[in-house]
Every structure is written in C-alpha cells, then in structure tokens.
Ligand binder design. Structure first.
Ligand SMILES: [Zn+2]
Length: 465
C-alpha cells in the first residue's frame, strides 16, 4: 500500500462517484423501465441483462451472466370472504404460501404466544387463526415464524398475520426460518392483512365468525441469472474480495430501497473503480469482484447458487477474503460495516480508520439470515453488511421494502453517491492488504452450520431504537 497515493485515489473515487454518477439513470431504468422483478420472471431476467450490459459498457469486459435453477413460486389470487355476508377483506399471501381453499372459524390468538395458543386450546384445531405480526412486548421476543409453528402444531389450518405498520400497508413476508438448511415449507398457509382490516377481523372473530380463505398459488422451477464481473488484481490475482447485492424484488414494487439501491451501488462501484484504472492506472491488489443476485427474496437462492458453484466442493475458485453485501442502502447514510464474525473486527476498523470518515465496525451477534451475506457466512467466508433498515439512526421515512411504497423516490441519490465513493475506497483498500496482514479465519463451515441450526427459531436482534 505504501507506494499508492491514497489522497489522490480517494479524491478520484469520491469525485467520480459524485460528479460522474449514473445513479439516476440506473435507478430509472431498473425502477421505471423494468419495474417489479420477482426472481426468475421476465422482468428479473431483463434486469440481469441490463446490469450485465452496463458493466460491459463501463469497461468490465469479463462481466457475465451465471444461470441457476430457481425453486420459484407465484400466485394469481388471494381472497378472504366473511361467511354469511358479502364482506371481503383485502389480504396478501406470504411469499411461498401453499394453495389453500378453506372455510373455518376465525380464532384470535393475540400475539400468538404459547400462553395465548394454550388458552385458545381446542378452538385452534382446524381454525383460521389471527395473530399480530410483532412479538408480545413484555416477554422475550419470538419471531413470527416460531409462533406460526406453535399454532400449526396445535392444529391451526391457516394463519392471518396482522401488519404492525398502519395506513393500510401490507408487505410481502416470509413464513419460514432462513437459517434452516433448506427452504422449509410454511408451518401452515399464511397471509397478511393490514393493521386496520386486522382490527375488523378481530372484532368479527370475537363474535364467532367463520371465513373462507382462498389462495391460488403454485411452485415451479425456472432459470434465473446472477451477474458477475471483476477488475483483476495485479499483486495477488488469484485472490479476491467481492461486493454484491440482490437485483430481484418482491411483487408489486420496483424496490427503490430494496434493493435497487444496493444494485446501483454495485454497478457504480464497478464503474468508478474501472474508471480509476483506465484514467490513472491504479489497479486493485487482489481482484475485486462485483455481483448482483437474483432469488434473494426466495431464500437467498442466487447467492447460495453462487457460493456453491464457486466455493463449494470442486468449486471454481478459492473463497474471497471478504464478501460485502449491499442491501437497502436508502435507510440512512453510511455509518460503517457490520461484520458477521468477531475475528474481522479490529482489522476492518483499522481499514475504515484510514478513510477518516468516522466509520465504525460492529459485529453481528446472533447470525442474520435475512440477506445475501448469509450464504457466505454459512460457508465460513468472512462477510459483512452496511446500514440496513433494522438499525439505529435510520431516516424516519425509510421503512419501506416489500410493498408498493418502496418506489423509485425511496432511493436517496445523494446518499447513494457517498456510499459508492466510500464502498469503492474500502474495497480498493481491502484489495491492497497483503495476504499476511489478514487475520486468520478461525471458523469452519461445519461450525457455522451448527450455529445457524442451533439459532433456528430464535430472535435476530433488530436494533430498533
Ligand atoms: Zn433486500
């Protein structure tokens, strides 16, 4: 690193990330021209083609599509009709909800704690149960997946989960625990309902109402594409670091925050670092790889496929020194890096300190399986994330993902420019740390796998204020 003029490099990277930014153009193409892009859909494939072509246009000639088989799902209709009346309440299926057509009594389980399920006793058997999404606030929090599993084991036939967000909002959510080794089926068919309609449903449930729940959905296999590109390192070309984020979205939203923001940051970091090489001759020390994933919203399948292909048994190449995952970068400015294992903390903090931006390194306690760093972590590859929706200090208006409200405007252009400059500076620094100066990785894939499985059903800290 000694012979590099970092002040000059940082000026170029921040300047190019800001003044040369193509962020608005990338945002508009992904959000408005392509729009919602559920993994494996035509729109998702077009997004991968677009990212691939832009990477090539920006000088990353080796940019390529990597296809994988996506275990996919979609639905055509989801309705809830109140028995004995014309009333229907709007619902959304949880992602990967199995098809269901059922008329049964509606039973209110409150927060769905074990105590409330036990109190409802035999009424749960065969019922459509209603449950608040957030955990009961006065006992140790249990994720909704664990509460749904308890209701299912008591015989509940289907579940309606009431949103915590108000104003008629409904998110697409998942009902299974992503720490499990495979994508588990729903504990029971699960849909969600707005906070307001949920209040109506609880009123009706208290009066012994029955309802008909109908979800028309299907599971199928379909091809999907990851995008992978790189700028080759000059000192240790056989080693690499990777920065990546998912380009797919859920239904009905272009995902301005989740995750057009992270996708554009990957595209922009690649563009800026390619421009640095082209215009100043400064290259990475070890190779910097850039990737965008499909299938994140369906159990991180794109990132899993990549880790298996590249770093699994007989994989294509040795694991990266570090994998940085970019997801939901419009919830606040960059505050630092959260690494998944403690052995990376001091090393990463020392790198951040050289940037002189007051960035901090934190360590995630219980494993976080909610985004694409997890397949890397599970394989004992050192990984980290940036600021995400669940941390302190997010913008009050930023809590949008997985719903209509996560529109193009939710991508904060100026903040993203700063992210791109800082990410580029960090990745270039990481590329130039000599092999012997990296901390030894004490973790094994077996150990991480055991940890993931042991933590199934437990609460992941959300860092809400
Ligand atoms: Zn995301």
């Amino acid at each position: 690193m000694a012979d590099l003029d970092w002040l000059k490099i940082d000026r170029f990277l921040m300047g190019e990330a800001w003044a040369g930014s193509r962020t608005p153009e990338y945002r508009d193409h992904l959000c408005h021209e392509i729009g919602p892009r559920w993994g494996g859909s035509d729109a998702d494939l077009r997004a991968a083609d677009y990212i691939h072509s832009q990477m090539q246009e920006n000088g990353l000639q080796q940019a390529r599509l990597e296809q994988f088989d996506l275990d996919s799902w979609d639905y055509s209709d989801a309705t809830l009709k109140i028995a004995g009346s014309d009333e229907a309440l709007e619902i959304k299926p949880f992602l990967r909800c199995p098809p269901v057509d059922l008329t049964a009594p509606v039973v209110d389980l409150g927060y769905g704690t074990q105590r409330e399920i036990d109190n409802a006793d035999s009424a749960v058997d065969g019922a459509i149960v209603v449950m608040t999404l957030g955990p009961e606030p006065f006992t140790p929090p249990l994720p909704h997946t664990a509460r749904l599993t308890m209701a299912a084991s008591k015989g509940a036939a289907a579940a309606i989960v009431i949103e915590s967000k108000t104003g008629g909002r409904m998110e697409y959510r998942s009902a299974n625990d992503w720490r499990a080794p495979d994508i588990a089926p729903h504990p029971l068919p699960t849909v969600n309902i707005s906070y307001e309609a949920g209040g109506r449903l609880k009123y009706l449930a208290a009066r012994g109402t029955s309802a008909t729940l109908n979800v028309q959905s299907q599971f199928f296999e379909t091809p999907a594409n990851n995008v992978v590109a790189e700028i080759e390192g000059e000192s240790w070309p056989d080693e690499h670091v990777i920065v990546a984020g998912h380009h797919d979205t859920v239904f009905g939203t272009p995902g301005g925050n989740d995750n057009t923001s992270g996708t554009v940051a990957v595209m922009e970091a690649a563009r800026v670092l390619a421009a640095l090489k082209r215009e100043t001759g400064v290259t990475p020390g070890r190779t910097i790889r850039f990737a965008t994933w499909s299938g994140e919203e369906q159990g991180l399948q794109g990132a899993y496929a990549y880790v298996a292909r590249h770093h699994g048994k007989d994989g294509l190449d040795s694991p990266p020194r570090f994998a940085l995952n970019l997801d939901e970068l419009s919830t606040g400015h960059m505050k630092g890096v959260v690494v998944m294992t403690d052995h990376m903390r001091d090393f990463m903090q020392a790198q951040l300190d050289t940037m002189n931006d007051g960035l901090a390194c934190h360590v995630q306690g219980p494993l976080d399986a909610h985004s694409d760093h997890f397949p890397f972590t599970r394989a004992a590859i050192p990984a980290g994330i940036l600021w995400r929706w669940r941390f302190f200090g997010r913008h009050a208006t930023s809590e949008f993902h997985h719903e209509f409200g996560d529109s193009a405007q939710k991508l904060n252009v100026r903040e993203l420019k700063e992210y791109v400059g800082q990410i580029s500076r960090l990745m270039l620094r990481l590329s130039h740390v000599p092999p012997n100066d990296w901390p030894e990785n004490p973790h094994t894939a077996d150990e991480m796998e055991r940890r993931a499985v042991a933590e199934i059903g437990s609460h992941t800290p959300t860092f809400h204020g």
